[in-house]
Design a protein around this ligand. Structure first.
Ligand code: ADP
Length: 414
């Protein structure tokens, strides 16, 4: 089955084309035919694509909106120019998997998109006003383009966190706010946490029941999840992705009282302060330089910039604090799993986060940590009580697999 995986933003469309079916999923032999992104939709868009293992190509085309982007993408995939031999026309795409940001309390797992499911995604717009509308537009465009014969599946960023108990998801604010407005913690990055937890148990030949890990997704957005018996019991992002760890441009946890204080002192509206916490804070805000950890690490090495050092220290301290908290909540765990652009690629950040965790029995193997860049690896010593792993995430693969499983009516084993 050729599955087109779509991740739509306000002016971008990330895509992957993955050939897989139940047999290939079982053997871990899914084939990635193509991946890429269309950026700056609404003007002269930039298309970046890689086909198989060939070097990526970059080109531009005028694209007005998401529907136009999808139309362009499918025509390009089917053209000789793309070189994707498996796709001769739109009919060679057999199913579409959509990343949908918010599934609210309604969706605890991926779902074939029916009118009812689409209505459910619309009902969650209030919870993710910046994201769900784009996902809906993309679903509608795909329906129009492929017709009703090509099944579409929604894979929710929030779904994996459905197992989180009330004591972890409720904010200690008047209960009627939860009842009236669904104000609670939901958590995000669920597909990533679920994928790396699955890989962890696969690598160690464990059952879901035996899977007790803390997963740290450290990318531009960052979140932690406490996974007990294979399911999350807590996660760091909340009602929105702003809560929790320090991120590229997001503050993570702050005292809510500073919102009004900043508004008053800086002459901003509370909306503007929220935007500041989302887009001008985190690593960027503290360093005053960039949200890119690679640049920060380089800068620290070359110039010993004080604010860069503090930004990195705050980032790592917060992550360490969450590990400690989750170990307490879970009554211990077997491993900490690093993933996301930073988690997969930065031995220095992993080392800083793990420093001092020997108290919990985590002993990092320095050499293994240095060598584990972008690949699956255990980076703790054999005699560690609490292990550490690097496991690259692959949300698109999990979306493609869920799409196949949902279309064929198979239960989700991972
Ligand atoms: P997103 O959360 O948007 O999916 P990614 O998971 O791709 O982002 O992570 C992007 C971030 O990963 C970049 O901003 C960069 O800071 C970081 N990163 C990527 N490679 C490295 C590296 N080699 N060393 C340190 N940080 C890295």
């Amino acid at each position: 089955m050729n599955v087109l995986v779509l991740n739509s933003g306000s002016s971008s469309l990330k895509f992957q084309l993955i050939a897989t079916d139940l047999e290939h999923i079982k053997k871990n032999e899914d084939r990635r035919l193509c991946r890429g992104v269309i950026e700056r939709i609404g003007g002269e868009a930039i298309i970046t694509a890689s086909i198989g293992t060939r070097p990526r190509t970059v080109f531009t085309a005028p694209i007005a909106d998401l529907a136009g982007a999808l139309d362009f993408l499918v025509r390009w995939m089917a053209s000789e120019q793309s070189g994707i031999t498996e796709i001769q026309s739109a009919t060679d795409i057999h199913a579409v998997g959509h990343r949908v940001v918010h599934g609210g309390e309604m969706f605890s797992e991926s779902a074939v998109i029916t009118d009812e499911v689409l209505k459910g995604i619309e009902d969650c717009i209030d919870l993710a006003p910046l994201h769900n509308p784009n996902n809906i537009k993309c679903i509608q465009a795909a329906r129009k383009m492929f017709g009703s014969k090509v099944p579409q599946v929604a894979v929710f960023d929030t779904a994996f966190h459905h197992s989180i108990p009330e004591k972890a998801y409720l904010y200690a604010v008047p209960y009627h706010l939860y009842r009236r407005h669904h104000i609670r913690r939901y958590g995000f990055h669920g597909t990533s946490h679920r994928y790396v937890a699955f890989r962890y148990r696969f690598l160690n030949n464990l059952t879901r029941e035996q899977t007790h890990v803390i997963t740290l997704h450290l990318g531009n957005g960052c979140s932690a999840a406490a996974i007990h018996k294979g399911y999350p019991v807590d996660t760091s992002m909340g009602m929105t992705p702003l809560e929790g760890l320090v991120m590229g441009t997001r503050s993570g946890d702050v005292d809510p009282a500073i919102v009004n204080l900043i508004a008053t002192k800086e002459g901003l509206s509370t909306h503007e302060v929220e935007a500041l916490l989302n887009t001008q804070s985190g690593l960027l805000g503290i360093s005053g330089l960039t949200n890119d950890m690679r640049v920060l690490e380089q800068e620290l090495k070359e110039h010993e910039d004080r604010r860069v050092r503090v930004a990195i220290e705050v980032f790592c301290y917060r992550a360490k604090k969450y590990i400690g908290a989750y170990l307490a909540c879970m009554g211990g765990a077997d491993a900490v799993v690093f993933t996301g652009g930073i988690g997969e690629n930065s031995p220095d950040i992993r080392q800083r986060i793990c420093e001092g965790l020997d108290w919990f029995g985590l002993k990092l193997d320095g050499k293994k940590n240095e060598e584990a860049i972008g690949k699956e690896e255990r980076i703790s010593t054999d005699d560690s009580k609490l292990h550490a792993y690097v496991i690259p995430t692959d949300e698109e693969l999990l979306i493609a697999r869920d799409t196949v499983r949902c279309v064929l009516g198979e239960p989700h084993p991972s």
